[in-house]
Ligand binder design. Sequence first.
Ligand code: MF3
Ligand code: CO
Length: 255
Amino acid sequence: MIELKTEGELAVLREAGRVVAKVLQAVRAQARVGTSLLELDELAADMLSAAGAKSPFLHYQPGFATTPYPAVLCTSVNDAVVHGIPTDYRLADGDLLSADFGAGLDGWHGDAAISFVVGEADPADLELIATTERALAAGIEQMRPGNRLGDVSHPIGVIGRRAGYGLLADYGGHGVGRAMHEAPHLPNEGPAGKGMRLRPGLVIAIEPMFLAGGRDDYRTAADGWTLLTSDGSRAAHVEHTVAVTEDGPRILTAL
Ligand code: MF3
Ligand code: CO
């Protein structure tokens, strides 16, 4: 079932989204050469409890996972696409980090991710990140009443493919609300004009992830969570939680 949110519920989702945005901003500021991924997770956990919010990531165990997720933040470095578990790994010069974070406030959730390079960046990594951000913006732009779900997926896939990047067939965006993952699933490519019609109050986390090597295959790391590119190439991932409103798209996880 797909639940449309009222304006009052969107207001609470916006507050949860604001917590997510602030934490990601702090994570970006803190992530320097030598910072460990666990330090970033601790920072996120501290800010979350200071905001009186709960983590939808901690102990989360969807069907594809063999163990509950052990952290509040996902830190996916270089060839990790998404769902990287924070470890004592210390960030090195030129690392590409995707930080993905969720927060629940009064039972309503926000989910967002950013990608950036620590230290001196390889221009190819900056291009990968910029393209992923452009795909997210193009998807958000389609979040209007009367459009269909496929209108959101379509530009994301076109932008990624045109740049020669790979995409994951099984992972994409999702509804967000009382649960972090709700229907509908949003593929990161597909035909325009197909799928459910978008109506005011529909809230979706849009999350393009592009693989620099151009291949679509991936493997799961020994930790049971981290998705890695199978060719070792780098990946970027960005995400916003977005509502369809009468006035157009409303980004709930903006600062
Ligand atoms: N934005 C990620 C997703 O929707 C959040 C994953 S949370 C985790 O897949 F706990 F599953 F890692
Ligand atoms: Co998500």
